[in-house]
Design a protein around this ligand. Structure first.
Ligand code: ZN
Length: 457
């Protein structure tokens, strides 16, 4: 081996080592770069742990909800709007995990793999984010809920755009209450977005799932008659009804939300079939609303006694669900069995005015048989038309189901979930008002008010 060959070996080794080093660096940069920039130690973007020079967050119509002014993050001038949009806009310190400030921190700070925080240095701000929510709809929902805690959600089941996302309790981020962390009763779970992450007893809203299972598994369900004497006894215990309905059909049982009929149907169907339908409706699944995880629901009646299955069939027992999942399965029913996955960002615009990201089209993993969805649609339309009254939802051709969920702490939770039949108005809505009593009350009127606000535009 001559001298020059030896030297070239050394050189190759050095080059290889150098390239390996560069490779590791690039790899780390790609994998961890976004973490480095949004790490709270990065002084370009954060000051005292708070995002200071991120882009503006707008609602779908261009109303600003949060922006940076003189190095300080400021929120909309209306205190009501700040409270109504707190959970979707979020805070700059990451207390509200589903807030845009947290979920889209990299996009707001303008970070990109190619030029890091270069944009931020050049333009003094990151990307602007246009949310899918309407400030008007959020305000209407917030006001309609009156003094009650709970959640309101409206989404376009064809595109996935979330038009309304309100969660209460809330607070004014510009005038943070001094007792926010101390007043357990007033601010219990205040940082949780109850629409996406809250888990509630579904109550009679769950009868939609039991009805779907019955349509698919009991061939003569539409011609059957059920007996309601105000209560039904099963092995192990009794299910109580909200009234004494006498002999009623399947459709009337859903119209009147008869617990006797639906608990009998649930026991006849059994644990295996009910569980299969519940899973198709998204129960026990990890559902997504694009970058936000939807609270994981629970439906578990394996090995349960008959009376427990009866209670589960009417949405009590140990079942829990998020309002977002309910509006998603309502959307799927409206849309022939499948619907878009909810999304909260309409577009992201760079400081130079370029749209860097827009709406995504993706179906959720909830999947209902199309013929079942069609039959459920007819039944839910009948609920409003023949039972609640179309005058509760003027001009909406509404389909829906109320729920009055019994809870341990006080009056029942009030639910309403449904959708408009109108082809030109593809929106599903869900309202839960905690301890507000019957679903006919504040839940139904809130659903109408927010839908009317969206209809007016
Ligand atoms: Zn009954």
């Amino acid at each position: 081996m001559n001298r020059s060959t030896k030297r070239s070996y050394v050189l190759y080794a050095l080059i290889l080592a150098f390239l390996a080093g560069v490779g590791v660096m690039i790899f780390n940069f790609i994998v961890h770069g976004d973490e480095w920039v949004s790490s709270k130690a990065n002084k370009h973007v954060y000051n005292g742990g708070a995002l200071t020079c991120g882009g503006t967050i707008f609602d779908r119509d261009g109303v600003y909800l949060a922006k940076t002014e003189k190095g300080k993050r400021v929120f909309n001038s209306s205190s009501t709007l700040r409270k109504a949009t707190l959970h979707i806009v979020g805070d700059t310190q990451g207390y509200i995990p589903t807030g845009t400030h947290t979920v889209y921190s990299e996009q707001l700070s303008g970070y990109s793999i190619v030029d890091g925080v270069y944009k931020l240095k050049e333009y003094g701000k990151g990307n602007d984010i246009y949310l899918t929510v309407s400030a008007k709809a959020c305000r209407a929902a917030y006001e309609a809920l009156e003094g009650f805690n709970g959640a309101v959600g409206v989404y376009n089941y064809k595109t996935g755009e979330v038009l309304c996302d309100v969660s209460k309790p809330t607070y004014d981020i510009e005038n943070k209450p001094s007792d926010l962390l101390k007043n357990e009763e007033k601010y219990k779970g205040v940082f949780i977005n109850r629409f996406f992450s809250g888990l509630y007893v579904p109550g009679s809203v769950f009868k939609v799932v039991t009805a779907a299972c019955a349509i698919e598994n009991i061939p003569d369900i539409y011609t059957r008659k059920f007996e309601c004497k105000g209560k039904t006894s099963f092995a192990g215990g009794t299910v109580i009804c909200n009234g004494v309905h006498g002999k009623i059909s399947f459709k009337e049982a859903l119209n009147k939300s008869c617990n006797c009929a639906f608990s009998q149907i649930a026991v006849e169907l059994g644990a295996e079939k009910l569980t299969a339908t519940a899973n198709a409706f998204g129960f026990n699944q990890s559902l997504k609303a694009t970058k936000i995880n939807v609270g994981k629901s629970r439906f578990n009646i394996t090995g349960s006694q008959d009376y427990e299955i009866g209670w589960a069939g009417i949405g009590q027992y140990t079942t829990l669900v998020s309002p977002c999942q309910v509006v998603m399965f309502m959307g799927a029913i409206a849309n022939g069995g499948a619907a878009a996955e909810p999304q909260t960002v309409k577009k992201i615009v760079s400081p130079t005015g370029l749209t860097v990201s827009g709406l995504r089209q993706k179906n959720s993993t909830i999947s209902i048989d199309p013929s079942t969805a069609d039959k459920l649609k007819t039944l839910l339309r009948s609920n409003v038309k023949d039972s609640y009254g179309d005058n509760r939802f003027p001009g909406l051709e509404m389909c829906g189901k109320t729920g009055t969920a019994e809870v341990d702490d006080g009056k029942p939770h009030s639910w309403f979930a449904g959708f408009s039949m109108r082809e030109d108005f593809p929106y599903a809505v869900v309202v839960i008002a905690e301890n507000a009593g019957s679903g006919y009350g504040v839940a139904m009127s809130t659903a109408n008010k927010v839908m009317q606000t969206i209809l007016k535009g």
